[in-house]
Each structure stands twice: as C-alpha cells, then as structure tokens.
Design a protein around this ligand. Structure first.
Ligand code: UD1
Length: 369
C-alpha cells in the first residue's frame, strides 16, 4: 500500500472503527492525511479497520485499542505520534439505551471528551472536530432547523452531546488557542459505494435503515413503522437522512477549514506550521457549531419505498404505535455550512439506499460473517 508524505498532517480519529468514523478514515487517507485510530471496539469490529485500508488503498498509521476515559493511556498515543488534529467520534449512541443507563452515557460521552481535551491541552494540539447530533434540537419546531434553534434535548444521549458542546465552549474560553468545530449531523445512513464498508449494528438494530436492510436481506421478517398518526403528509415521522460519505466528506472539509490540510507540495498543512486559511483556521477561533444535513425531509414510508426500489422488492412493514421519545420532524437548515465553507451534500436518498443495499448484500451478517 502507498504511504503518505512524512510531513502530511496526522489526524487522530477516535471511534475510527465505527460507522461514521470508518468512512471518515477512508476519506482522510484518500486525501493524503496520516490517520491514527483510537477505538475500544465496544460497539465496533476490528474487521472495519481492515476494510478501511482495503477501501482507501492506504494503511492507517496506527491503531490503539483503549478506553478514552483513561487519560494516561490516551496521553501515550499523543506521545507516540505528532498529532495535528483530532476528530472525536467515540461515544455511545443508542437513544433508548441511554434512557435505561443514563450514567453510562454521561460517564462515557462526557468523560471521554473531558479526558481528550485535557490530553490535547497537555500536548498543545489545538484543532478539534467534534461529533455532535441533531438530537440536541429535540422536540423542536417543525421547520428546517438552523444552529440558533434552542436546544431541547429529550433523552440522556442527546443531553450528553449537548453537555459536550458546553464543555467545548467553556474550554475554548479558557484556552484561547483551541479551535473546535461541533458538527450536528442529522440521520447518517448508507454505506461506502465499494460495498466494503457500512453500518454493522450489534444485536437488533435501533435505527430504521439498518433494520430495513436486515428485512430486505431476509434476516428479519417485518419492519415496524413507529407511528402512523403524526401531523405529516402520510402520518409517519420525517427525518433528514444524509449519506455517510457526505458526512465523512464534511469532516475532511472541516479539517481544511481548521487549517489542517495536506499541501500539494507535501509539506505539513497545519495552521501552526504553514498558515491557516478560512475563518475557523485562525488560532483562537473558539467553538463553532454547524449542522450537517441535506435540508430534505423524508417520511418513514418514503424511506421504506426508497429501500424497496434499491432492493428490487417491497419491504414488508406494518404501522404500529409511536416509539417513546420520537419527534415529528427533524430537518436541517444547511445554510450556515454552505455559507461558511461553500459545502453541501451531493448524494440522494436513492444513493443512500443503493449503497446500503450493496453493503448488506455483500455482507449479509455484517463484518462478523
Ligand atoms: C436518533 C437520534 C439521532 C442519532 C440516531 C442514531 C434523536 C431525536 N435522534 O435518530 O441523533 O444520531 O438516533 O443513533 O434522538 N423508525 C421506525 N422503525 C424502526 C426504527 C425507527 O419506524 O424500526 C422510525 C423512527 O420512529 C423515526 C425514524 O424511523 O421516525 C428514524 O429513526 P432512527 O433511525 O432510530 O433515528 P432517530 O431516532 O431519528
């Protein structure tokens, strides 16, 4: 496999074996970054790391299996590698589970973020992209939501992400050299178009797309559509589904905006060494919060129909009662990121379904098979 220039910036990707983390690693490797992964595999497979390298045609610089709350172990990673920036995904993310075991969510999600920021500060690493969530908006107004919408998180998972944003904001105030971007993604779905990388949830999937895919491939009989009495056109809840490769691309562009870029001449592109570009690249830019979404709302029944088109067969489903904690409509206003970066998503709902189906067909039992 080819290697990067020795002076290319090195990005630490926490949770790099997870669904969004693995796709982001591919994007970064393909654009000439060096990538170090930290993961504890609590909800991911080591196989994903092999798939990253196969998909990208490049190798990861290193993989460290550790629990990020262990600040001492994490510090050793920063000592072993000259880290230029961090993309922090590692977190627990099941909404329902977070209601059952809230302390685990606060301990893991907030604890890991605090530990990471401490170690970054000790090692003078001043660029961070944080994985945040549209769930922070919670039971919001049924309009496209911009970043000024007040936070109304409705469950411990969403509150843990909201707390992390507060931790970041306070840390940026106390540490003026830190520049952080919190990206609030809407509903990431799909898979890499190669069919090598995708979503591989453990146990019964919580989320609609992986569940529908397991129905399509014959692992489950029927998709339950939660709620047919929402005040929407067809009565089912509306979400802003975004292709995971668009989300990954958004993280790559976020790093560029922080001034962390592999230069064409192969010299290090971190702002500290070769000058930042873009407003967020300036030292002391503080915390900026941006939505990552398409701005397009899709109902559950529209999604079920799109999955059916991709698979060439209708998806058996039945409408059942609402799921506790669900909201009617969550759609992004993607205007701020478009204005700030000139960036927008490019992949359609049909792309999301076709790519998810390609992965599911090639890996009917996920990475475990
Ligand atoms: C939630 C979180 C989001 C998080 C995501 C991934 C909220 C508001 N959102 O999204 O931040 O990133 O989980 O963990 O907390 N549905 C069915 N049948 C199913 C599963 C889901 O009909 O078997 C419906 C849901 O009721 C919902 C839609 O499909 O209307 C999407 O659900 P899901 O994929 O679970 O994502 P969210 O709950 O929107």
């Amino acid at each position: 496999m080819s290697t990067r220039s020795e002076s290319a910036p090195t990005v630490l990707v926490t949770g790099g074996a997870g669904f969004i983390g693995s796709h982001t690693c591919v994007e970064l490797l393909q654009h000439g970054y060096r990538v170090v992964v930290v993961d504890d595999h609590s909800n991911s497979s080591p196989e994903a790391l092999l798939r990253i390298e196969k998909t990208a045609g490049r190798s990861l610089d290193a993989v460290h299996i550790l629990d990020m709350r262990d600040a001492r172990a994490l510090a050793e990673v920063f000592t072993a590698h000259r880290i230029d920036a961090v993309v922090h995904f590692a977190a627990k993310k099941a909404v329902g589970e977070s209601v059952q075991i809230p302390l685990d969510y606060y301990e893991v999600n907030v604890g890991a973020t605090v530990s990471l920021l401490r170690v970054m500060r000790e090692h003078g690493v001043e660029r961070l992209v944080f994985s945040s969530s549209c769930s922070i908006y919670g039971d919001a107004r049924p309009v496209p939501l911009d970043e000024n919408e007040p936070a109304r998180p409705t469950n411990p998972y969403a509150r843990s992400k909201w707390m992390c944003e507060q931790v970041l904001a306070d840390t940026c105030r106390a540490w003026p050299e830190l520049s952080a971007l919190a990206l609030r993604y809407f509903n990431p779905v799909g898979a890499h178009p190669s069919g090598l990388l995708g979503e591989d949830p453990r146990g019964v999937p919580n989320n609609v797309m992986p569940f529908a895919m397991q129905v399509a491939v014959g692992r489950r009989e029927l998709l339950s559509v939660f709620g047919g009495d929402y005040p929407t056109e067809d009565g089912t809840a509306v979400r802003d589904y975004i292709h995971v490769v668009d989300v990954a691309d958004g993280h790559r562009v976020a790093l560029e905006q922080l001034g962390v870029r592999p230069d064409g001449d192969g010299t290090s592109g971190t702002s500290g060494t070769s000058g930042a570009s873009g407003p967020a690249g300036a030292a002391g830019a503080g915390l900026r919060v941006l939505n990552l979404g398409t701005g397009v709302g899709t109902s559950v029944l529209e999604l079920v129909a799109a999955v059916g088109r991709a698979c060439g067969q209708p998806i058996p489903h039945e409408i059942v009662g609402r799921r506790e904690g669900d909201v009617t409509r969550l759609v992004a206003d993607p205007g701020a990121v478009a204005a700030a970066w000139g960036w927008r998503t490019t992949r359609t709902l049909d792309d999301m379904c076709a790519d998810a189906w390609r992965f599911q067909q090639a890996n009917p039992m996920g990475y475990g098979a």
